[in-house]
Design a binder for this molecule. Sequence first.
Ligand code: GCB
Length: 611
Amino acid sequence: MKIYLILFLALLTGFSSLIAQEDLLVNVYNRNTTSLNGEWKYIIDPYENGYYNYRYKPFDQQEFPWASAFFLNSKPKDSSDLLEYDFDKMDNIDVPGDWNSQKPELLYYEGTVWYKKSFDYSISKESNRVFVYFEASNYKTEVYFNGKKLGTHIGGFTPFNFEITDLVKGQDNFLIVKVDNKRLKEGVPTLNTDWWNYGGLTRDVKVIETPENFIQDYFVQLDPDNNKLIKGNISLKGDNVKQKKVQLSIPALKIEEQFLTDQNGTVDFEIVSNKIDYWSMENPVLYEVKIQTEEEELNDQIGFRSIKTKGAQILLNDQPVYLKGISIHEENPIRGGRAHSLEDAEQLLDWAQDLGCNYVRLAHYPHNEHMVRLADKKGILVWEENPVYWTIEWENEETYRNAETQLSELIERDKNRAAVIIWSMANETPNVEARNVFLNKLASFSRAKDNTRLISAALEQKDYNGNPLVRTINDPFAEVVDVLSFNQYIGWYDGLPEKCGTITWEIEQDKPVLISEFGAGAKEGFHGDKNTRWTEEFQEDLYIQTLSMINKIEQVQGFSPWILVDFRSPRRVLPEIQDGWNRKGLISESGNKKKAFFILQNFYNNLNKKR
Ligand code: GCB
């Protein structure tokens, strides 16, 4: 029913507003799902020939689209029929997976690729509802099911779903997805980044089945002001969700509470417990939490902890914590391409733990859900980041809405994960008025949506009162954040490593400080003296000098050097050294540790002895 309503509204509004975002289903991890992963058919369509007619009008906005519209998955009616595409004769591509690392001819491709998956589906109960769920697709995605448009999603790293209840059949369903990874000036991120623009259905695709009235969303966390209070809300969706019984139980805490939903199908609750075993790095306790209605039962594994700041300290469960971190891109260099699986997450987080980390900065965009679920289990603290990177269109309302939507989808997905302690708004943005307005708005939005986590952004450092030997953070957004973070590259973009010994820091804000990046490029196996660029010795020395410099900054409560592993970046073209890779990894693209890895490992291990 809902889908027809959306199509009807779309017709009325001339289709231009068919960016119909449906409410996100949370905790897809534990829901009743059928995977659509595996081989899909694909068509490379740089001219978007399957999308626009020759007058450049989108086929999906025509009342009677021609058979040549790819979303129709047309077949010739007889041997005389003219049709210039055929999904079923095309090659296969794996989903999940970016196209760049799967098909050599697509390594640098930025444009449209069409995907098609055919499948049979049997609904387990007639009254049930069915959704198709995409964990992520980069960047603009148009979704069609059995010849009907479901909607559009913008943003490459967050999940979205569409209902297909009224369209799904027992046999021969076809899901067609147009994915376009063209970079856009008004996009988030914008044209300019320092990472590979991997396109495609980069994460899992699933069919989700729910009862007629279903648990769509819930938030179950500790009250930031009271460690004995579990607080939150539950939202049901459907035509019959008012005054419905909802039970929330946490058997290990002997909690079993019943509530009635309000007029909107929502419950706000507070539960006191004196027995909570708090989630921490040493003791990452996850409780089995069960939410039940008359129609459904949904389980989750949730840890309870508090995270606050006090002066220059970060307090986890009211105890000061030092963040021994590393920055990570979502890439598996050994297989090649975007990381997406549990095995990929294990590889990356095992490396981080081997380095001695208790904290990771997931840069520069939301990573897949395996990463945060695994961090929850392993007891690793997490910084998650919105892809507001460098200079985006601060004055463009659409750009703001886009950034806010991506952040909102990230918070919706991960707001029940104890490991996530920081939402980062942005990375290395310029200190100009329009950006201040933009980021202030984003921070207020984030706080209103989730008041149980800290807010930060990777800012930039400046000379202090014009003195290049003294550095400071002079940025109005520093007054807004809970944790003052900044990137600095003294010794790499700014002099040689020994320069670190000449710099002092004047940080005036009484806030905890994280150095969100520092680093140097080194090609694994390239050796020389410590002032020869790109050698492992240069990178090693940079780490020695930087660690000694930042150890003297009183407010520093941790850092996340740049970066765990070498990663692909089209900006990095130096032959024989970079060849398309950013070489600041402590581990090479083939998985080998560089010398600097051991400097940081040693530093973190010694901190363990002291603390
Ligand atoms: C930065 C950026 C990061 C780059 C890095 C570099 O400051 O935040 O995205 O990759 O520097 O290697 O230059």
